[in-house]
Design a protein around this ligand. Structure first.
Ligand SMILES: [Zn+2]
Length: 195
């Protein structure tokens, strides 16, 4: 625990210095508790570093002969881009076709959380979710699509305010079979082939 306390104090001091550097007075009334609050928030936003995705899946994988596509769509997530440490957020859609093994449906949003509560890029987040499921279930295939809006684009006026980015990771039959991929994209209301 002393380690954690030292870490928290270091984080709070960094935030206090940051406030000074941007031209603020960290001792004025409204800001006195800000380093504490920001440090606590940052610890939560990066809590995925301390979570083991294997532990999340342990005990949640079971044998079943179901072999149709399983889809969980519209999983809300919040992450932070590693380039600007600003939020990006949106929805993840996950599908897989089992080959003898299923995972509890509630675990899919948990996988998204483990990887989104870190500094990320959307592409890697998408791939990590797909790889985790693929390795854990050895299924026929996995498909992951993420649609997100990035505050670093919106606030800095780099792109249109309402633009969003879409990334996908397709493994196994989702990569090899156009019809499987199309079925997934149609079921989540996206058809990437026709834009
Ligand atoms: Zn960014």
């Amino acid at each position: 625990m002393p380690d954690q306390i030292a870490k928290r104090q270091g984080l709070e001091l960094s935030i206090k210095n940051l406030l000074t550097e941007v031209g603020e007075d960290p001792n004025r009334e409204g800001l006195v508790r800000t380093p504490h609050r920001v440090a606590a928030a940052l610890e939560f936003f990066t809590s995925g570093y301390h979570q083991d995705v294997q532990a999340v899946l342990n005990g949640a994988i079971f044998n079943e002969r179901y072999n149709e596509m399983v889809i969980v769509k519209d999983i809300d997530f919040y992450s932070m881009c590693e380039h600007h440490m600003l939020p990006f957020f949106g929805r993840a859609h996950i599908a897989y076709i089992p080959k003898g093994k299923l995972v509890g449906l509630s675990k899919l949003p948990r996988i998204v959380e483990v990887f989104s509560r870190r500094l990320q890029v959307q592409e890697r987040l998408t791939q990590q979710i797909a790889d985790t499921l693929y390795n854990a279930l050895n299924p026929e295939g996995v498909g992951v699509v993420i649609e997100a809006r990035h505050m670093c684009m919106m606030m800095r006026g780099v792109e249109k305010q309402n633009s969003s980015a879409t990334t996908s990771a397709m493994l196994g039959v989702f990569r090899d079979d156009v019809r499987t991929r199309q079925e997934f994209l149609t079921l989540i209301g996206r058809d990437l082939s026709t834009g």
